[in-house]
Design a protein around this ligand. Structure first.
Ligand code: G6P
Length: 608
């Protein structure tokens, strides 16, 4: 959600920290702040609004400092005002702290601190933690942080500095990611590796309950209970190019266009044509174990949940394994029935979504093997799952997920055909699916080459107030995802519906002002979908159809057609979603919306 960066070393800290939080702006962007340690004490500057507001305040700053912390915020407790922005300081202005997460018992701690004479200035839970660290301070910053955290309930990723310890940043993690960056004569802390990729690709991921003491030439890690940990340095595979816009106007457009490459990366080295079988070694499951699976539970949030729904169609049809798809936020609160012969798939781009992680932990507690379908290497779900498949989509910066979605769907297709081959799918059928999978990236390329056509349709409808998206069968979740994309970035109210279900409610909304996007592919439900289109047209609704190449007849029955190439029926979501991503993008741009940082949203939701 929020972004944290800390620097300690020989260089000027301010430009490093500002560049770092700008790289994290996609994680939260309602206010920002920086604290620098100088010879005359702490220098703190904060601003409500995007990071550019903070930059304006710092434009003429002459502060010299080689260490500091910075933060970009997505508000939970307290409005996104300058006062509530991080860093927060204690009453003596000696300790500054930035925080991601929520301190659940902050009210109790606040009353306690007030009873001890502390004055609380802000509405945030974070200030309470800064004051509590001061209360616990007896000369050793790490010990003060440890003692304070032992009294805290909730989640946190924090970085703390103190004017009493000018060469040190203390960082700690519980439920909110935090990474140490191992540089040459300089060190970093951040909530996300992209904040420090300009300087180092060597990182140490902190685990929950760990505290790091970081100086310019060393770092050490202990647990909250003061047990020493040996830090494991890992190398990050992402490059700087991948986290920059590369000539595109927005990250979202870049990421939409990267899909031929990211899909190739997702299947590379994983398809064995001879045996007609995908090879997914990271699952850590033998063929006989895969055969024993009686049920698959998929849990996820947002776009990843929509991908999971497509997974349900794939798994049930290809492998005949019963599958249920659960919103991770609901899963734990409805006493799910845990059967040890079930397999749980946790789908998450970030690998950090709090609800998905909690759902996975709950399943593991009940002895359910849990696999992660995750994009971010080294993320918490990736590390805590019993196995899984990395999506290899590269960093996704646009808040609205695009390339991670198609990588999730192609990965689910591989898992379903693997499970299918363990059961009733023949070698020949398996080989056919592999052939279709291999063709998908170039078919996506072909659709993207017609982006102008989608842009022209967007021009016509970008002023609409409502949109309806309809699909049937495996393209029903694509309708959901198309609607989600549009509402996330353009703020147009959009709903996805199973096409036939339209008659049971949404049809009441249809008139000449209602654009209806219908996925009407040449598949067994084509005729049914065409009847649904007729129902829309007879009420003067405007139909934008996604149709199969060669279906010329449909053009007479709808207002606009966008064609996609033919593929295996169960793989069509990988193609039908592409024009819907482009449509949402162009509509949002034409409405003047901030495509990469839509209002109120955050890329990675690390609070429940
Ligand atoms: C947020 C993002 C969505 C994303 C969802 C799940 O809501 O804005 O784009 O789909 O979280 O995120 P995950 O990282 O678990 O896939």
């Amino acid at each position: 959600m929020c972004g944290i960066v800390g620097y300690v070393g020989p260089k000027q800290a301010q430009p490093i920290l500002m560049k770092g939080i700008k790289r994290l702006e996609y994680r939260g962007y309602d206010s920002a702040g920086i604290a620098l340690l100088t010879d005359s004490g702490l220098f703190v500057t904060k601003a409500a609004g995007k990071i550019i507001e903070l930059e304006k305040l710092l434009a003429n700053s002459t502060v010299q400092s080689n260490r500091g912390i910075a933060h970009t915020r997505w508000a939970t407790h307290g409005e996104p005002t300058t006062l509530n922005a991080h860093p927060h300081t204690d009453n003596t202005d000696e300790i500054a702290l930035v925080h991601n997460g929520i301190i659940e018992n902050y009210r109790t701690l606040k009353s306690f601190l007030i009873s001890k004479g502390y004055t609380i200035q802000t509405e945030t839970d974070t200030e309470i933690l800064a004051q509590l660290i001061r209360f616990c301070y007896k000369g050793d910053l790490t010990e003060a942080v440890r003692e304070a955290l032992n009294q805290v309930e909730g989640t946190y990723g924090i970085a703390v500095i103190s004017s009493e310890h000018p060469d040190t940043i203390v960082a700690a993690r519980m439920g909110s990611p935090l990474v140490i960056g191992d540089g040459d004569g300089e060190n970093f802390v951040a909530s996300d590796v992209s904040a420090m990729l300009d300087h180092t690709n060597r990182v140490v991921y902190l685990d929950d309950g760990e505290i790091a003491t970081v100086t310019s030439d060393s770092y050490s890690v202990t647990t909250i209970q003061n047990v020493k940990i040996s830090p494991q340095v890992e190398e990050v595979g992402w490059t700087l190019d991948e986290i920059e816009k590369g000539g595109y106007d927005h990250f979202m457009l870049k990421e939409i266009h990267e899909q031929p490459t990211t899909l190739r990366n997702a299947i590379r080295g994983r398809l064995n044509f001879e045996e007609g079988i995908p090879r997914l070694n990271g699952l850590n499951l033998q063929y006989d174990e895969l055969r024993e699976i009686k049920k698959v539970i998929i849990t996820a949030c947002g776009t990843s949940w929509n991908a999971g729904l497509i997974g349900e169609y794939l798994l049930e049809e290809l492998a005949r394994v019963p599958c249920e798809v659960e919103y991770a936020s609901e899963f734990r609160y409805r006493s799910p029935i845990f059967d040890p012969s079930s397999l749980l798939l946790a789908i998450s781009q970030s690998g950090e979504t709090a609800d998905t992680l909690a759902a996975m932990r709950e399943a593991q507690k009940h002895g359910i093997t849990s696999l992660g379908l995750v994009n971010v290497v080294g993320s918490t779900i990736a590390r805590e799952s019993d196995g899984g498949v990395y999506l290899h989509a590269g960093p996704e910066i646009g808040v609205a997920s695009t390339k991670a979605f198609t990588s999730q769907v192609i990965t689910l297709s591989m898992i379903a055909s693997l499970l299918g081959r363990m059961r009733m799918v023949s070698v020949q059928q398996g080989q056919e699916i592999i052939q279709y999978l291999e063709d998908i990236p170039s078919q996506v390329e072909q659709i993207l080459s017609n982006a102008d056509q989608v842009e022209a349709i967007a021009e016509q409808y970008h002023k609409a107030d409502n949109f309806l998206y309809l699909g049937r069968g495996i393209n029903f979740p694509v309708a959901l995802e198309g609607a989600l994309k549009l509402k996330e970035i353009s703020y147009i109210h959009a709903e996805g519906y199973p096409a036939a279900e339209m008659k049971h409610g949404p049809i009441a909304l249809i008139d000449e002002n209602m654009p209806v996007v219908v996925i009407a592919l040449k598949d067994p439900v084509y005729d049914k979908v065409m009847s649904n289109i007729a129902e829309v047209r007879s009420r003067n609704g405007k139909v934008i159809a996604i149709a199969t190449e060669g279906d010329t007849e449909i053009a007479e029955k709808v207002n606009h057609v966008i064609y996609i190439p033919k593929t295996y029926r169960l793989l069509t979501p990988l193609l039908s979603i592409i024009p819907l991503q482009l449509l949402a993008y162009y509509i949002a741009v034409k409405r003047g919306c901030h495509v990469d940082q839509p209002r109120n949203l955050a890329k990675s939701v690390t609070v429940e």
